[in-house]
Design a protein around this ligand. Structure first.
Ligand SMILES: [Fe+2]
Length: 511
């Protein structure tokens, strides 16, 4: 085990640099947010570093805020941002976090939006067998690391005769889940060393809970081994989010979360958008002064309606040319107040590959838009004045609604919470969502975001789950004929707004 050695970490102005140097000696880098949290810790930093290092896998290169948060006594976190200087010279990842800037409520802080991670320009997929092997191994390894913080598991290959009758724990990927004629539930689990059959008897306490198990997710099971490749399960463990009541970061200003504009559709609600622009740009009375606090607009995909997305779409289109659809969208979006940073991700109606993860909109489309807009992929991690936002269009909600009991389009936030519990944006492979087998699984939620923002289902859902603001942002397309036939009632022209300092969410209505 690696150890923090040498003199104690001081509490003075040099502590930030000292922490970075001590961890660098052991081969670790620190995310700026993680350093900020350590600097704000009022307990023994020495002991905290020891706990972090002793529990961090050696394959981890960059220690993030999640790894730090797991070892904190939250009562010992200073509520004010650290006054300690945060070093910036050692690596790009050590740049000062905007969250470290001390703010008063009245102070206007320039918008600072930064793309942290997406697929754009990084696709490795050519679609051969080894791509799938890499993809699933990466998914397993990342989620296993999260689960192994709470479960002392063993590899499946070690469950031989010597384990007969003993209690064992295993972390595996669900290959299959079925119910037998006798009503027992059988889960086939796999890890890189072997296969295991996990049995949940129909009278077991966890039987109902086991109805939530879905294929391709990674879970932990504990039970009694029969020494012959079977375990009778007593408890189930999902990776889940750490218990946290609020993000440790504190941002500034407000962000509007939008998605599914569907410009080009004859159902695009131009009048509602015009009302929205007038409010945002201060052209109408706004006694609350809320519009002036907006610093960011995030659009989680389906900027336009696209062409040929579903059979018979042409009869729903007002603009039949995809480029003209984007030109029209740019006209609407370029009308947004210029001091607002606009972040645009694609969805399944946009002009990028249908297989996810999707890259940012191409350059020949971006050139229609204002040059200060930030184009990101789907999914994408961004920070808004230091607040981490995970943007995902949300196509996997279709799979989760189909598969999980109690999950519906009317409450998309419940499906999004299921993503957080599984630490994966699209856990079911090969159903409605086409996922390209990249060498890295970009859908694993490796660290808790402050905000999870999805769209796709055209209904608004807002919840808070273990400190994460879970928001689905509705649409700007009124009910289509298809939705009428399917009895789907979209929530259109309603915009969730989140205060990045208090993380409070409200809905604004422009219909
Ligand atoms: Fe959509």
């Amino acid at each position: 085990m690696q150890q923090i050695s040498g003199s104690r970490v001081h509490q003075g102005p040099s502590a930030g640099l000292e922490i970075v140097e001590r961890l660098a000696e052991l081969g670790y880098q620190l995310e700026p947010e993680a350093l900020e949290i350590i600097c704000r810790y009022r307990g023994s930093k020495e002991d905290l570093l020891k706990r972090i290092v002793s529990s961090t896998d050696r394959s981890v290169v960059v220690i993030g805020s999640y790894q730090v948060s797991c070892h904190l006594d939250s009562a010992l976190i200073s509520s004010t941002p650290s006054a300690l200087p945060i070093p910036s010279a050692r690596s790009a990842s050590l740049a000062p976090s905007p969250a470290s800037v001390s703010l008063s409520p009245a102070r206007i802080v320039p918008s600072s939006a930064e793309l942290k991670c997406d697929i754009t320009g990084r696709s490795t997929c050519v679609g051969d067998y080894s791509d799938f092997v890499h993809y699933f191994r990466d998914r397993y390894a990342k989620i296993r690391e999260i689960l192994s913080r709470r479960l002392n598991s063993r590899p499946i290959e070690s469950l031989g005769k010597s384990t007969t009758g003993r209690e064992v724990s295993v972390i595996g990927m669900v290959m299959d889940v079925r119910t037998t004629a006798k009503g027992n539930r059988v889960i086939e689990l796999e890890d890189p060393t072997g296969l295991l059959t996990a049995v949940i008897q129909k009278d077991a306490e966890i039987y109902e809970q086991s109805g939530l198990i879905i294929t391709d997710e990674v879970i932990g099971v504990t039970g009694t081994s029969d020494g012959n490749g079977r375990v009778f399960v007593k408890s189930l463990l999902w990776p889940d989010m750490p218990n946290q009541t609020a993000p440790l970061e504190k941002g500034s200003g407000c962000a509007l979360l939008l998605s599914d504009l569907h410009v080009g559709s004859k159902y695009f609600m131009a009048e509602a958008w015009q009302r929205f622009l007038e409010w945002l740009n201060g052209d109408v009375d706004d006694p609350s002064g809320l519009a002036s606090k907006v610093q960011y607009i995030v659009i989680a995909g389906d900027v336009v309606d696209g062409i040929g997305i579903y059979p018979g779409q042409e009869k729903d289109l007002a603009i039949m040319d995809i480029y003209e659809q984007y030109q029209a969208a740019a006209k609407w979006l370029n009308g947004i107040r210029k001091d607002i940073k606009v972040i645009i991700a694609p969805g399944n109606h946009d002009i990028v590959r249908q297989a996810e993860p999707q890259p940012a909109l191409p350059d020949d489309i971006q050139r229609y838009f204002r040059s200060d807009m930030l184009f990101v992929g789907n999914p994408a991690w961004v920070t808004l004045s230091g607040i981490s936002v995970l943007i995902y269009h949300g196509r996997s909600i279709d799979d989760l609604v189909l598969r999980l009991p109690g999950i519906s389009y009317a409450a998309p936030e419940m499906a999004m919470i299921e993503m957080l519990r599984r630490r994966h944006l699209s856990p079911i492979y090969g159903s409605r969502v086409s996922i390209a087998p990249e060498h890295e699984d970009h859908y694993v939620i490796s660290r808790p975001p402050a905000i999870l923002h999805c769209g796709h289902v055209h209904t608004v859902g807002i919840a808070r789950y273990k400190g994460v603001a879970v928001i689905n942002s509705g649409t700007w397309q009124s009910q289509t004929d298809f939705q009428k036939k399917m009895n789907i009632q979209p929530v259109a022209g309603v915009v969730p707004i989140i205060d990045l300092a208090s993380m409070k969410v409200r809905k604004l209505i422009f219909t």
